[in-house]
Design a protein around this ligand. Sequence first.
Ligand SMILES: O=C(O)CCC(=O)C(=O)O
Ligand SMILES: [Fe+2]
Length: 192
Amino acid sequence: MAIRCCSSVPGDPEVFLPAELSLRVLRVMAYSLGLDPEVFLSTHRLIGTDENGTTLRSLYYPPVNSEKAKEGQLRCGEHSDYGSITLLFQSSEGLQVRRRSGEFIYAPCIPGTVLVNIAELVQRWTSDQFVSVLHRVLLPPVGESCTRQSLAFFVQPDDEALITCCDGSNKYPPVTAGAYLIERFNDSYGQS
Ligand SMILES: O=C(O)CCC(=O)C(=O)O
Ligand SMILES: [Fe+2]
C-alpha cells in the first residue's frame, strides 16, 4: 500500500510525523475490517518511550557492481517485519514483495509516497486477515551501481500489550509485543 506523503512545508496540515501517520494507518486498517477504529490505537500509546519498541532505522546501501556480486547476493535478504506495520520511505526501486502466489514483484517507488508493509503482529492479531509481507531488496541492475537510501519506521505495539486474535479465535496464542520482539530478534541473531 503506498500513501501519498506531502512536501515537508512547515505547518502544512497535510504533513504527518511518522508516528501520527502510523496511527492513522492503523485506524483505517481496523475500520476496513469492521472493527472499532481505535482497537489498535489503544496499544500504541507509548511510541517514543522506552516501553515501546518502535524504531526508525536509516538504511544506506553503498554502490555495488552487480556483475561482480556472488550468486544470489541481495542487498537485504527475504524476511518479514516483526511489529504491527512498517512505514518505508525509499529513494529508489529495489524492494520486492512476495505475492500470495509466491511470486516476488517490484514494489514501485512512487515519489512523494510512503510504502506500508504489514508486519507479523498484525497478522497474528487479525488471524491472517492481514498477512505480513515477505520482502527483500535486490542489487541494482547490471551497469547501474547506484546507492539506495531508505528510512524504515518499524511500528511496534507497547511492550506490555497482549496481542490476541481479534476474532476471538485462538489461531495464534496470546503474546505480549515486547516478548514477541525479543523472541524474533533471538531467532534472527541467534541468541538464547
Ligand atoms: O531497505 C529497504 O528498503 C527495506 C529494509 C527492510 O525491509 C528492513 O530493514 O526490514
Ligand atoms: Fe523489512
